[in-house]
Design a binder for this molecule. Structure first.
Ligand SMILES: [Zn+2]
Length: 301
């Protein structure tokens, strides 16, 4: 894979700044006969070549479109991949809810009949998917094309890539099999058998069914845990390496007894009478009056 990076900081999608936890990959093709990366990716970095119409996508546009990467031709005719959004940025590629879950990339179409070009971009796409699977703890089963996404109800009604792959004897099934083989060849099936470890996001280590995801990159696992109150990040041995921020306040409870005052409770349970204001706030009390039997939330020390 010839992976390059030119982030579309001037595209409105980048500026929208929303993040996702990638749970899948969506394969697209552009639907236009123009295999040159410079049509979409710019400005020229010396390898892309100059777009004479200056209509690349790294600028304000009249359409809300942006994927995470493009595969196509450099100025010298060789095939390359350009990452144009951070992988965990929410893209505008699916026209449906898959934007919230899927990394999307576009393969630049040519006239659809050149087998040599097809073989090169197909191979480049397989390697890109294997790379992303390793990074995000995904497998080939998490890869779909745009038309499959529509069939699943998570993408708009487009035919890519099934109007193209079959012309060269390929399908999304052959594509997934190729990604699986690529992952196996690199000693990493995305299921934890590789040398680099996976960080798993679960409620507890023993509760495997609660798993939200498995990640190569600890920061991605942490983000997932933060988005799911009560979840933590575990290493391969089951040790907690990160406890997610929970949105619910952490507190204990106390049942008021006859003769208690907020001051006395705070003194006894929190070690300082003046902290009774925290108890008031946590319980939404508008006065200092409490009654026997009342259950109060007590902030943690
Ligand atoms: Zn598409």
């Amino acid at each position: 894979m010839n992976l390059n990076k030119l982030i579309f900081t001037n595209n409105a999608c980048y500026k929208a700044g929303r993040k996702i936890t990638p749970r899948g990959i969506m394969v697209h093709s552009t639907g236009a006969n123009n295999p040159w990366l410079k049509r979409y990716v710019g400005p020229d970095d010396g390898k892309l070549g100059r777009n004479q119409y200056n209509n690349h996508w790294n600028q304000p546009m009249n359409r809300e479109v942006c994927c995470h990467a493009f595969i196509g031709k450099l100025a010298d005719g060789s095939v390359a991949t350009y990452q144009v959004l951070p992988w965990d940025h929410r893209g505008w590629h699916a026209g449906g809810s898959a934007n919230n879950t899927h990394i999307g990339f576009e393969i630049c179409e040519d006239g659809l009949s050149d087998r040599t070009y097809f073989d090169k971009v197909y191979r480049e796409a397989v390697e890109l998917c294997a790379y992303l699977c390793r990074q995000y703890g995904l497998t080939e089963k998490n890869i779909i094309c745009h038309s499959e996404g529509h069939a699943q109800g998570i993408a708009s009604n487009h035919g890519d890539v099934m109007h193209w792959f079959p012309k060269h004897g390929k399908s999304m099934d052959t594509f997934r099999a190729a990604v699986k083989a690529e992952l196996a060849a690199s000693g990493n099936t995305g299921s934890g058998s590789g040398t680099s470890q996976l960080y798993r996001v679960r409620k507890s280590w023993g509760d495997a069914a609660s798993q939200k995801g498995a990640f190569r990159v600890l920061d991605n696992a942490k983000r997932c845990a933060d988005g799911n109150p009560g979840y933590s990040v575990f290493d391969e041995s089951g040790k907690v390496v990160y406890t997610g921020k929970t949105s619910a306040p952490v507190y204990t409870t106390y049942t008021v007894k006859r003769g208690d005052s907020l001051w006395a409770i705070a003194s006894r349970l929190l070690g300082k009478g003046t902290r009774y204001t925290e108890i008031k706030k946590l319980n939404g009390l508008t006065s200092n009056i409490i009654y026997a039997g009342q259950v109060l939330k007590i902030p943690n020390k």
